[in-house]
Design a protein around this ligand. Structure first.
Ligand SMILES: [Zn+2]
Length: 134
């Protein structure tokens, strides 16, 4: 039986991080949908079924280049999202010693020491400067 499954899965995509994310989303929709009655609950149950169908399709798919590209896109997105939260965590940990500003011309984040009064801040990335209270 194990060998038959292994032979069946040969050349197929199988499980990947994107599929795991889809199944977690399906579970979330299922749990949320079980609390809600009526139209919204029906929609959530429909979404659950659709997500499970997509996950099965991706798992059994033989179009590996396409599935790998989807997974890579998902991993890039996940890295960006986790990077944003990592950045917010660092800012929160350093909030007593530093103030954070956004450069008005290039939108990059600038960190300056707190309690220096009114200072001229020069962006290291684009060289533009502006005055703020630190
Ligand atoms: Zn700048």
């Amino acid at each position: 039986m194990r060998q038959r499954i292994a032979r069946f899965m040969l050349g197929r995509n199988g499980q990947d991080p994107l599929n795991i994310f889809i199944l977690i989303a399906a579970t979330a929709a299922l749990v949320l949908g079980s609390f809600l009655r009526g139209f919204v609950g029906d929609i959530l149950r429909l979404i659950t079924l659709a997500l499970i169908a997509v996950s099965w399709f991706r798992m059994l798919s033989k179009n590996l280049p396409r599935r790998r590209a989807e997974n890579a896109r998902y991993l890039r997105w996940r890295y960006q999202v986790s990077g944003f939260f990592r950045c917010q965590k660092t800012r929160w940990e350093q909030r007593r010693d530093y103030r954070f500003f956004t450069c008005p011309s290039c939108r990059s984040t600038l960190r300056v020491p707190r309690g220096r009064g009114k200072i001229r801040i020069v962006c290291r990335k684009c060289g533009s400067s502006f005055t703020r209270k630190s």
